[in-house]
Design a binder for this molecule. Structure first.
Ligand code: X2X
Length: 333
């Protein structure tokens, strides 16, 4: 085969692939997320990009930007930027969207869930769709729900066994609802970007923080900076992979189906690896020298009771229709 013939054939292959996928020209979509590139969020985002490139024969590729780089380090701004089309894609967790859409706080209400089955009955079912519908009104199309996980508390001062042990601790938190939860426990909460948190922990600006084990604490090596962890499962935090409505509307139905399928598959895999990492996580953290405490059912009930005021405040903000739908799905799971 001559060189000219080879290039023509190769080019035709690319064009047929692109047209087959209903895409006019090759493009690279920008995906923003707000944690490091060692996390399962990042891996899930990369997986989505791989599947999409494969299934569109390279016509659509994804470039993943970690650490909220594209929103100037502001993890809360990403959703709003996707909504107005300034970002193509986002992977972020529900709590980060609450300034824009307060209803997103429903997932993270303290002690709403006590198992992954209950979680899946909402994020993968009709209750999750209620939230997707609300996000669509803000220009964000939810393609699939993934997992940040059950958030566990860490600190450098003492072991936490009772609500009283939280008293007076300086706690970094991500979002507004967690301020109210920490207040209810008598801690001193400070809202801070995740991008600034590791340094703040290292310098002792705060005593502690709360995050999921598999998705964040292990991949971001929080165990290097914190001595105590209590697995109190106080709040569940899902992530979602979303695309801007304006981008979405530019694709034909076939391309939309390819994009959605890739997202669903990537996020299902992301949930799986996050749960695996969490399951193996407690033993790993102990090996790293952390003192990990797993509260009894009775102790968990005391945390649940102490955080009830924050639950009530935020349940009212979310609205009874949504909270009831979640609680019914959870009761049936
Ligand atoms: O900032 C956090 O704590 C994180 C990474 O879990 C969120 O994005 C909410």
């Amino acid at each position: 085969m001559t060189f000219a013939r080879f290039t023509t054939t190769a080019l035709a292959g690319v064009l047929v692939g692109a047209l087959g996928a209903g895409v006019a020209a090759a493009e690279t979509l920008r995906l923003s997320h707000n944690v490091g590139d060692t996390t399962t969020w990042h891996q899930g985002a990369e997986k989505f990009g791989e599947l999409l490139a494969e299934r569109t024969d390279g016509a659509i590729t994804v470039r993943v930007f970690p650490n909220a780089q594209l929103s100037g380090g502001d993890q809360m701004r990403q959703a709003e930027m996707v909504g107005r089309g300034a970002l193509d894609l986002v992977v972020t967790s529900a709590i980060n969207v609450t300034p824009l859409v307060p209803e997103m706080a429903v997932f993270s209400l303290p002690y709403l869930y006590s198992s992954y089955d209950q979680v899946d009955a909402t994020t993968q079912g009709a209750p999750g769709e209620m939230l997707s519908d609300i996000l669509a009104e803000r220009g964000i199309v939810v393609l699939a729900w993934g997992e940040n996980g059950f958030r566990e508390v860490t600190n450098n001062v003492r072991e936490i066994r009772t609500p009283d042990d939280m008293r007076g601790l300086n706690m970094r938190v991500a979002g507004p609802m967690y301020i109210d939860v920490m207040d209810a426990l008598g801690a001193n909460p400070q809202q801070m970007q995740w991008g600034e948190t590791l340094t703040a922990l290292q310098q002792g600006v705060v005593d502690g923080q709360e995050n999921p084990i598999g998705a964040v604490i292990i991949p971001q090596q929080v165990y290097e900076l914190q001595r105590y962890l209590t697995a109190w499962h106080y709040s569940y935090d899902p992530i979602f992979l979303g695309i801007s409505q304006s981008k979405w509307d530019g694709y034909d139905a076939d391309t939309q189906a390819i994009i959605r399928d890739a997202a669903v598959e990537a996020m299902a895999w992301q949930r799986e690896i996050t749960r695996e990492g969490t399951e193996a996580g407690i033993a790993f953290l102990r090996e790293q020298g952390m003192e990990v405490y797993e509260p009894t059912e009775e102790e968990l009930a005391a945390f649940r009771e102490a955080t009830q005021p924050a639950f009530d405040t935020w349940a009212a903000r979310v609205g009874p229709e949504i909270v009831d739908a979640f609680q019914e799905a959870i009761a049936a799971a």
